[in-house]
Write a protein that binds this ligand. Structure first.
Ligand SMILES: C[S@@+](CC[C@H](N)C(=O)[O-])C[C@H]1O[C@@H](n2cnc3c(N)ncnc32)[C@H](O)[C@@H]1O
Length: 226
C-alpha cells in the first residue's frame, strides 16, 4: 500500500505526463529483465497511434525520458545485479539517471553511496519516487559539477543518443578511476581509454518496438582500474 507522499509523487508525475499526453498515466511496473526492481513508468497499454500533431510536437519538446526504462538502463541494472563486485562498497554516480533504474540497481548491489544525476527535474522526482518504491537510499544531483565528493565509479546508460553528450565519456575519465557506460545507439564507440567488456540483449520498457539493433546493449569500461 503506497503512503500518502508516494501517492502524491505518482499524481505529480502523471500530471507532468498529461501536460504532453492527455491519456497517459504513470503506473508501477516490474521490469521484465530485472524483476528485482519496480518503477513508475508510462502505462504499458498506452497507444501512441492516435496522437495529434500537437501532441507529437509536445512529446518532441518535452521527451519524458524518465517515463521509460531504456534498454541500456535495464540491461546495465541487470549487469550490476549479476556482477555486484563492480559496485560493492563504492561511491557511485549514475549520470543521466532518468527513472533511476541504474542507480537503484547499484544501491541494491551493495554500493556504499549512490548519487543519481540528471538535468531534468522530473527525472529527479521520478528517481526519488522509485528509490522509495524499491526501499533504497539515493542522493540526488541536478548538476554534475556540484558533486564534490570522491567518486569511485561513474555509470551511465543511454546518454549518447544526443551527440552533444559525446564530450562526457572523456570527462568521466578525468573525474573517476572507473567508468561503465551502457549504450545501444552508437555503432562504433571508439573513445580512447574505453574497451567493450560485455553485451546483452534487452528492450526498452514499456516496449517502444525499437529496431533490433537498438536492443543490443554494449558495455564499455574505462579508467585506471580496468
Ligand atoms: C534515454 S534517458 C536514459 C535514462 C536511464 N539512464 C535509462 O537508461 O533508463 C537519458 C537521460 O539522460 C539525461 N541527460 C541527457 N543529457 C544529460 C546531461 N548532459 N546531463 C545530465 N543528464 C542528462 C536525460 O534528461 C534523461 O533523463
Amino acid at each position: 500500500m503506497p503512503d500518502s507522499s508516494s501517492t502524491s509523487g505518482q499524481t505529480v508525475l502523471t500530471a507532468r505526463l498529461n501536460n504532453v499526453l492527455r491519456a497517459a498515466r504513470a503506473e508501477c511496473a516490474t521490469l521484465p529483465n530485472v524483476p528485482e526492481i519496480d518503477l513508475l513508468l508510462l502505462n504499458a497499454d498506452f497507444s501512441s497511434a492516435a496522437l495529434s500533431a500537437q501532441e507529437m510536437q509536445a512529446v518532441l519538446n518535452y521527451p519524458a525520458y524518465w517515463a521509460f526504462c531504456w534498454a541500456s538502463g535495464q540491461m546495465l541494472a541487470r549487469y550490476l545485479l549479476d556482477n555486484r563486485e563492480l559496485v560493492r562498497n563504492k561511491t557511485v554516480l549514475d549520470f543521466g539517471c532518468g527513472s533511476g533504474v541504474v542507480a537503484i540497481a547499484a544501491a541494491k548491489a551493495g554500493a556504499a553511496r549512490v548519487i543519481a544525476c540528471d538535468l531534468d527535474d522530473d527525472a529527479l522526482l521520478a528517481t526519488q519516487y522509485n528509490a522509495a518504491l524499491n526501499d533504497v537510499q539515493l542522493e540526488i544531483a541536478k548538476n554534475y559539477f556540484d558533486v564534490e565528493s570522491r567518486i569511485d565509479l561513474i555509470i551511465a546508460a543511454d546518454i549518447l543518443y544526443d551527440r552533444a553528450n559525446l564530450i562526457w565519456p572523456s570527462r568521466f575519465l578525468q573525474r573517476a578511476p572507473q567508468v561503465l557506460i551502457a549504450d545501444s545507439r552508437i555503432r562504433n564507440f571508439a573513445e580512447p581509454g574505453y574497451k567493450q567488456v560485455a553485451e546483452l540483449v534487452g528492450s526498452t520498457w514499456p516496449d517502444l518496438d525499437e529496431f533490433d539493433e537498438f536492443r543490443v546493449v554494449k558495455f564499455y569500461c574505462g579508467g585506471k582500474e580496468n
